[in-house]
Write a protein that binds this ligand. Sequence first.
Ligand code: GCO
Ligand code: MG
Length: 402
Amino acid sequence: MRIRDARVIVTSPGRNFVTLKIVTDEGVYGIGDATLNGREKSVVAYLEDHVCPLLIGRDARQIEDIWQLLYRGAYWRRGPVTMRAIAAVDVALWDIKAKTAGMPLYQLLGGRSRDGIMVYGHANGSDIEETVDAVGQYISLGYKAIRAQTGVPGIKDAYGVGRGKLFYEPADAALASVTGWDTRKALNYVPKMFEKLRATYGFDHHLLHDGHHRYTPQEAANLGKMLEPYQLFWLEDVTPAENQEAFKLIRQHTVTPLAVGEIFNTIWDCKDLIQNQLVDYIRATIVGAGGVTHLRRIADLAALYQIRTGCHGATDLSPVTMGTALHFDTWVPNFGIQEYMRHTPETDEVFPHDYSFKDGFLYVGETPGHGVDIDEALAAKYPYDPRQLPIARLPDGTMWNW
Ligand code: GCO
Ligand code: MG
């Protein structure tokens, strides 16, 4: 089974997505997601100029060898652009293999380990009161786990606050919008939100929070400690992870569970945090970390240390990533939770899929492959729409981590 064609489809049904379609000489095709939010065109060029030509004529069944070819063969390793391109090829090839076998992907990975995939939704509001209402909305939709983010008085556009309460889409302008940040204000406000949430809804639901790389290690430790009475499921990206030693300091001060890794690209980014047991959940996902082939290695390493998965699942991860992640989650023994930000109806139409939501869980379908397709005619109606992620600045103008 030889690869006859490999091409990139860019579409923007409400937001930008980059999709790779690989077609074999037997007519079977597979698709993979290559979206890199705010920097989409770099992956398009990497794929079109450097990867697709290499694929033509190769045996589509040799997923591992093609993965190694793209990783080792470039000489230049790792990084978000390279690893997304590799992920797109890998996912498209797994899709082809599973279609050829006549099986849903999770069966090829080793079969079902659970019935449904517990997901968390992203609740937000411009202040505590609005966020408490938004969490209530998720609870009434059946969610068992909700990530709560609030605007903070005095901070312009804190992370996670969207326009509609169920939707959050940060990449909102052709040139990055400028938002504000003030750690002191956030540290005074965020614990009050969790106090109110627990007082209103009790302790039956899992609550999560995203620090979005904003705190220093000491501030992060302080936040984790202040949140202990509210028993969070996890505190995410509480400090930037370039300095991984920082997590030792945080760990010494708090038992609030820690999650990290949505911007990690390989097992090498994860290894020290996992082996030193400095985190509880690893958030690397299919599109960010080299596809099914590589994410499986990360999950297996994490399992040795009782660290569980918590795949990133924001809207910039296309339905192709979501569908593939759900097959992965259905199989992976050390599953923790899956992030699920809903896509708009336009996106869902361009990417027909067979996964479905019920009572706080997502369920994969039984369609052979990963169960997600692309309607190319419809996709063509939504041209690329340049948009970047925002940036954040402190009150005195200093550039900070968004
Ligand atoms: C999350 C993330 C997102 C990212 C986004 C960037 O946990 O869902 O932090 O909101 O900011 O994926 O493209
Ligand atoms: Mg996050």
